[in-house]
Design a protein around this ligand. Structure first.
Ligand code: APR
Length: 265
């Protein structure tokens, strides 16, 4: 299956959803969606792999998001995350997030798995979200990963846990760290039991999330990959829908459950 997409000649992006896929969505009993940074790109949250702007342009995010980087320079890493947290706080969910809220309401069973730490799915209204890589709004102790909700601002950066004195860090999964076990187990269970799996806005290179689409496909699910670029490495047997997720996801939901647009006859 291959979606037909492109400019409609009037500057609007249009995505044709294959009829076969429309049928598959309408009949699906359990839909799983895996989202990545591309899903938040249209909300203005920069992905890790695109050039950073302003103050942080000189740093490679992949080199800041490690325990070793924090040990070397905790202030730098804390401040980088404080900057990202402020970007996320200003960002608004986009039409792709909204389409996933609608999809959750339309299908009998729905599981949303995200690699994003920005909480935009929850802010859009998604009810059940499995966060594989944590949440940037939470803070935990560097020493033992216990979440801390309150601390005194003494001027020290990063601040310390008022109980143990441990340095505080964001509750996100850094490169080289394990994913939270319950979240990973729930994601694996969903992948093996769904009949339709949508992989949205992810480069599909960071494990173990990258293996979820293939696990689903091997278990018999239809796999749909939504990305700006064709990513055949995810699976050549997938249905690839190319375009921004803020356009493709609403097109998909509209194709499956058409609602007349205002002004239609
Ligand atoms: N719509 C759809 N896809 C998009 C859009 C968009 N508007 N914008 C970008 N993309 C695609 C890019 O083509 C790319 O394939 O989204 C993908 C983003 O890839 P990454 O930045 O690698 O994000 P992700 O796959 O979520 O990264 C996984 O790695 O950076 C770490 O821990 C971080 O959770 C993250 C993990």
């Amino acid at each position: 299956m291959q979606g037909n997409d492109g400019d409609d000649g009037e500057g609007r992006y249009r995505v044709d959803i294959p009829a076969e896929l429309v049928e598959t969505i309408r009949k699906a009993r359990h839909v799983v969606v895996l989202t990545g940074a591309g899903t938040s790109a249209e909300s203005g949250v920069p992905t890790f792999r695109e050039a950073q702007t302003g103050l942080w342009a000189q740093y490679d995010p992949q080199e800041l998001a490690t325990p070793q980087a924090f040990q070397r320079n905790p202030r730098l890493v804390w401040e980088w995350y404080a900057w990202r947290r402020s970007l996320v706080a200003r960002a608004q969910p986009n039409p792709g997030h909204a389409a996933l809220v609608e999809l959750e309401q339309r299908v009998p069973q729905f599981t949303l798995i995200t690699q994003n730490v920005d909480g935009l799915h929850q802010r859009a209204g998604s009810q059940r979200v499995i966060e594989l890589h944590g949440n940037i709004a939470r803070t935990k102790r560097f020493d033992d990963h216990v979440v801390v909700e309150k601390w005194k601002e003494t001027g020290e950066v990063p601040p310390r846990c008022p109980t143990t004195g441990s340095l505080l860090r964001p509750d996100v999964v850094w490169f080289g760290e394990m994913l939270p076990e319950p979240a990973l187990r729930a994601a694996m269970d969903a992948a093996t039991t769904c009949d339709l799996f949508l992989s949205v806005g992810t480069s599909g290179v960071v494990q173990p999330a990258a293996s979820l689409p293939l696990i689903a496909q091997q278990a018999g699910a239809t796999l749909v990959v939504i990305n700006l670029d064709v990513t055949p490495h995810v699976s050549p047997r997938a249905c690839h829908l190319c375009g921004p997720s803020g356009v493709v996801l609403p097109s998909l939901v509209q194709a499956a459950w058409p609602v007349e647009e205002k002004g239609d006859a």
